[in-house]
Design a protein around this ligand. Structure first.
Ligand SMILES: [Fe+2]
Length: 356
């Protein structure tokens, strides 16, 4: 045990009735760390109430058990966000921490981009904090918590799509001018606002999967006809979850249209071309790219550059794919994407140096 090295954690991270497999300490007025909850033991709501009566803002975990704490947060993130008695600032801190770790993990493993530097990590944290603030102001945090509580994997995917969407649009600020109908030649402040709203749309795009059973979401073979019909409802369910929130209309539309194909044939409305709004067309690309490059219960991850070749519709990959029984959840075909946006996305990927 690493004596004397502790890190502060918010009491709101601890959900009553769970059995954290790390010990928790409190700091006395004399500067001593005293055991408050032994690992593997139930923490009761009475214990937590006593902390808040004493206005204790921090408890502590030994740094050696940091990994277990991170895992505990991942498992319980949905519950933590839904817990009414946890102060908002503690929820924000926890959400930001877990989401930053998700982005860092993907950056360094699935995308093979190497270690994420301190500056990138700081920027990522800031982006997530800002987005969460916006989600809170737009009264859509409960919908987000519901999705996270239902399926952590969907939340991980959404977080990665969020990071890629924001990074891509920062790299192509001109695209932001076409995001909101009627707005053009935006000034710097407007672009920053719209960029943040696009990030929120990316984070919430699959929120309707909260209504799709885990059995379907994690099925290890192709979906049957009925399952596929249920899966195809998630954009509409997502819109239903967000319709009464204060999110901008283009964000709600992007949630509804992120599976529409540029050349038609997508769902739920079979729209085409620029009838699909800009953010939905961007999400169509990044959603497929992340789905292909991620490990899923039913498939191994596709290396990033191979994913790009498939998305472009490179002939050698098309041929190979004819022999393979692919799950349509991850199919990226050339008719799906706005070619101009796809080209820009590939240039952007070149700049972040993907391997594979
Ligand atoms: Fe989706």
């Amino acid at each position: 045990m690493n004596k004397g090295r502790y890190m502060a954690i918010p009491p709101g991270a601890i959900i009553p009735g769970t059995l954290p497999d790390f010990s928790i300490y409190v700091l006395t007025a004399q500067g001593k760390y005293v055991l408050w909850a032994l690992q593997g033991n139930n923490v009761s709501s009475e214990q937590l109430d006593r902390l808040s009566e004493n206005e204790t803002k921090e408890v502590f975990v030994n740094l050696d058990e940091n990994f277990k704490y991170e895992q505990y947060l991942e498992t319980n993130l949905g519950n933590i966000l839904e817990n009414q008695s946890t102060p908002d600032e503690q929820k924000a801190e926890i959400f930001t921490r877990v989401s930053t770790n998700v982005v860092k993990g993907a950056f360094e493993t699935s995308y093979g981009l190497g270690t994420m530097g301190a500056a990138d990590l700081r920027r990522t944290r800031q982006l997530i904090e800002n987005s969460l603030q916006f989600i809170k102001e737009a009264r859509s945090i409960n919908a987000l918590a519901k999705m996270i509580g239902h399926d952590y994997q969907t939340y991980e995917h959404a977080t990665k799509v969020f990071w890629f969407t924001v990074a891509f649009l920062q790299h192509n600020p001109g695209i932001l001018d076409s995001v909101v109908p009627g707005y053009q030649a935006l000034d710097e402040t407007q672009r920053t606002d719209i960029l943040r709203q696009c990030g929120v749309g990316a984070l919430l795009h699959d929120i309707g999967k909260a209504f799709v059973s885990l059995q379907i979401l994690t099925k290890s073979g192709p979906l049957d006809e009925v399952e596929w019909e249920i899966m195809k409802r998630h954009p509409l369910n997502g819109l239903a979850m967000l319709i009464d929130t204060d999110l901008p209309m283009f964000v709600k539309k992007a949630v509804l249209h992120h599976h529409e194909d540029f050349q038609g044939g997508g769902y739920p409305m079979n729209l085409e071309g620029t009838n699909i709004n800009t953010l939905a067309r961007v999400l169509r690309i990044i959603d497929v790219f992340d789905a292909m490059t991620s490990r899923r219960p039913y498939k191994e991850p596709t290396p990033p550059m191979k994913a790009v070749r498939i998305m472009i519709g490179a002939p050698e990959d098309e041929e190979k794919r004819e022999d393979q029984e692919q799950d349509d959840r991850d199919l990226g075909m050339r008719r799906c994407f706005d070619r101009d946006l796809l080209q820009r996305f590939i240039v952007f990927l070149g700049n972040v140096r993907l391997e594979g």
